[in-house]
Write a protein that binds this ligand. Structure first.
Ligand code: SAM
Length: 340
């Protein structure tokens, strides 16, 4: 086994033809191998801009203004990881998977006519990649079947090679490509390990996505910034945008007890006016369940959110006490379609 620099992780390699230089908007390609034959770890554009892959497996693609703010802290990301790992939000994964299956079944430009011939899912502000990974798992069978049936060379070849090398139980088929973008370096480290078919990019949603036009079948955004014009640009005609927002009473009564910020009451009305110009509104699905969560999860729920940076773990543990806490998970998954 070589001790030299590793090649780009497989999903990062596959995403390169879909990327655009964040500085000049030209296409990117893998840099040439080094003089000693060492595999290059950078991507470059025709104008000579070069972007290195971090050793943690993500690619940073900042525009001229660089990283303007750090995004979620390592503590927030770790708390979020534990909460998501507890299964509390699995209902949302299920709904997003359903939306994704419909988005992919809805067709688009002929498979094989795009830089990546299988389905492409983008999550902006993807955090740890929990939801993206869930959706990629849900699409894996469909993507492989589609790619094989239509003879889409790259996807079929990759899927077959992966399956042969690692066994059928291994996650990831190569037929579907996930792209997660994040501004937080701590989140990107986890995102890069979220799923073998997910490429992790560090980029600022507000500054424009480092992606070519019309490459995605589905864009999903879960509690993260929304840039309607950019989402419309990177979606193919007829592509789906799924936006998850908190419903009324989400996380109560814990939210009030733990001193967490309440979501803006007009959030949903704002969503439609914000996205309505570029998208046709589609169905809204609701997840509304009451749970009892252990004290550790209750504390992490408070620490992972926007109030988390202002809250103190010890004080929260004291306030919330050692027992299980009731909590309502009430989320709305709004879907939109980019007009054909
Ligand atoms: C509330 S968290 C949600 C993370 C993930 N979607 C989830 O639900 O698990 C919001 C995420 O958006 C990221 N974020 C904030 N501003 C961003 C920006 N301008 N561009 C990209 N990501 C951003 C944060 O770092 C954070 O990970």
């Amino acid at each position: 086994m070589s001790a030299g620099p590793a090649a780009l992780p497989s999903a990062l390699e596959r995403v390169v033809p879909l990327l655009r230089c964040p500085l000049c908007r030209e296409g990117l390609r893998p840099a040439d191998a080094g003089p000693d034959g060492a595999v290059a770890r950078a991507v470059v554009c025709g104008a000579g801009h070069s972007f290195d892959r971090a050793r943690h497996g993500y690619l940073s693609l900042f525009g001229p203004r660089g990283r303007r703010f750090p995004g979620d802290t390592a503590d927030q990301v770790a708390a979020r990881d534990r909460v998501l790992g507890s299964g509390l939000f699995d209902g949302v994964v299920g709904v997003l998977a359903e939306v994704a299956r419909e988005a992919v079944a809805d067709g688009g430009p002929a498979v094989g006519s795009r830089p990546w011939p299988g389905p492409v899912v983008l999550e902006a502000g993807a955090g740890t990649g929990h939801y993206l990974a869930g959706v990629l798992d849900a699409l894996a069978g469909i993507a492989t079947a589609t790619a094989t049936a239509t003879g889409a060379g790259i996807a079929t070849a990759t899927a077959t090679a992966t399956g042969a090398a690692t066994g059928a139980e291994t996650r990831g088929t190569g037929g579907v490509l996930g792209i997660g973008t994040e501004i937080s370096a701590a989140a990107a480290r986890r995102l890069a390990r979220a799923h073998p078919d997910a490429a992790a990019l560090v980029a600022d949603t507000w500054e424009g996505l480092p992606l070519a036009d019309g490459i995605a079948d589905l864009v999903q955004v879960v509690f993260a910034p929304r840039n309607a014009a950019e989402f419309a640009r990177v979606l193919r005609p007829g592509g789906t945008l799924a936006v998850v927002v908190p419903g009324e009473g989400h996380l109560e009564p814990l939210r009030t007890a733990g001193g967490m910020l309440a979501p803006a009451p007009d959030k949903v009305a704002r969503l439609d006016s914000e996205l309505g110009g570029a998208f046709e509104p589609g169905p809204v699905r609701v997840v509304d369940r009451h749970h009892e969560v252990p004290a550790t999860v209750a504390v992490d729920l408070a620490l992972m959110g926007p109030s988390g940076v202002h809250l103190d773990r010890a004080r929260l543990e004291h306030t919330l006490g050692p027992g299980d806490r009731p909590v309502r998970v009430h989320l709305e998954v709004h879907t939109y379609r980019r007009p054909r």
